[in-house]
Design a protein around this ligand. Structure first.
Ligand SMILES: NC(=O)c1ccc[n+]([C@@H]2O[C@H](COP(=O)([O-])OP(=O)(O)OC[C@H]3O[C@@H](n4cnc5c(N)ncnc54)[C@H](OP(=O)(O)O)[C@@H]3O)[C@@H](O)[C@H]2O)c1
Length: 339
């Protein structure tokens, strides 16, 4: 074989390889480490049964779906949020769709902002199950408002729920994990923990704070290799997050939640969360394109990210003001302004 032919063959192989990788990236709904773990790594079905998982924000959206998928795996559950009735509904559905028994699910109403109650709640879980293998810090609220128009109380409140509530519960559970020298602390962050866009300045601040906190805590816990600290960063996912978001005042509700259908299916997001837990991934990005590319650009080319978010931010604000959901607005035509 001539050298020319050999080089042509190698070039063709390289182009095919790059083409395949490009197609994989365009179709990806998680970062490439996560998708590799899903393909070749440990399966949730092997790793998560017979453990005890405490899920906050279990009454709705991602946390509710986590309860369903974990129950099907045979993971015992502690379900927490503020609304006991909704938690009972989730518990009953878990019992319907899984082999778990009544005693395997503890409904434990909890307000993340009521930090003085967290120690007692942790004791209750430990008295009931004797162990906590996985703490899923999932409860939280988002935001849809411009900084200029938003009362500072909203920033305090959202920080209290998303950041202080999560830190407080982690502080209560961690000594137990240290005693056992094992456990998983899984926190639902967001793509907004990696970057920022208009209308979510307070929310993005809470998620960035969680990254700073847990990345530091992870290194403090390096002496306990069986205690893993994970940050899960979903992009737009179907849930009630927009309906429950803060806006300009603490008591004000989002007026128009827009169409949420284009968002990633909750079941797929949660499946990838379980893959992350089974494989102890320290950080996982779960999102369809083009939002996934946003993570890579923020991570590896922030100057481009700033330029891009300025362009998209304008569009996001315009569309939000005209009643569309902010997340969906980037790739839709601008609404005509009424003069
Ligand atoms: N959906 C998305 O597009 C998306 C994207 C990235 C990250 N996330 C994150 O995913 C997590 C779950 O959100 P979701 O999308 O499932 O929204 P969701 O449907 O609104 O669920 C939020 C959950 O948090 C609970 N919660 C709110 N305030 C609380 C408080 N003070 N104390 C205790 N629990 C509280 C709610 O329960 P109660 O009202 O009963 O208390 C509910 O169960 C959040 O951390 C969010 O930031 C979501």
């Amino acid at each position: 074989m001539s050298w020319d032919l050999l080089w042509s063959l190698l070039l063709a192989c390289a182009l095919v390889y790059l083409g395949v990788q490009l197609i994989r990236f365009v179709r990806a709904d998680g970062d490439l480490t996560l998708l590799w773990a899903e393909w070749q790594g440990r399966r949730p079905e092997w790793e998560l049964p017979d453990l005890v998982a405490w899920v906050t924000g279990a009454s709705s959206g991602i946390g509710e779906e986590l309860a369903y998928q974990l129950s099907k795996l045979g993971t015992s559950l502690v379900l927490s949020s503020r609304n006991a009735d909704k938690l009972e509904r989730v518990k009953n559905k878990c019992l319907e769709i899984s082999n778990l028994k009544e005693k395997d699910i503890l409904v434990l109403p909890l307000d993340l902002t009521d930090r003085s109650s967290h120690e007692a709640a942790t004791k209750k879980v430990l008295q009931y199950f004797g162990q906590i293998d996985i703490l899923v810090n999932n409860g939280g609220r988002s935001q849809r408002s411009l900084f200029e128009e938003t009362n500072l109380d909203v920033y305090k409140e959202i920080m209290d729920i998303n950041f202080m509530g999560t830190v407080s519960l982690t502080k209560c559970v961690l000594p137990h994990m240290i005693e056992r020298k094992q456990g998983k602390i899984v926190t639902t962050s967001s793509l907004m923990g990696l970057g920022g866009v208009a209308l979510v300045s307070g929310y993005a601040a809470t998620k960035h704070a969680l990254h700073g906190f847990f990345n530091s805590l992870r290194s403090e816990l390096a002496v306990y290799p069986e205690i893993t600290v994970m940050l899960i960063c979903p992009g737009p996912v179907q849930s009630n997050i927009v309906e429950n978001a803060f806006c300009e005042e603490v008591s004000k509700k989002v007026e128009n939640t827009g169409n949420q259908d284009y968002k990633m299916a909750t079941s797929r997001c949660v499946r990838l969360m379980l893959v992350s837990m089974a494989n102890d991934l320290k950080e996982a990005w779960i999102s369809e394109q083009p939002y996934l590319s946003f993570c890579y650009i923020w991570q590896y080319a922030p100057t481009w990210a700033w330029w891009l978010t300025n362009k998209l931010g304008y569009r996001r604000i315009e569309n939000f003001k005209s009643g569309l959901d902010a997340d969906s607005s980037y790739f839709r035509p601008l609404e005509k302004k009424s003069n």
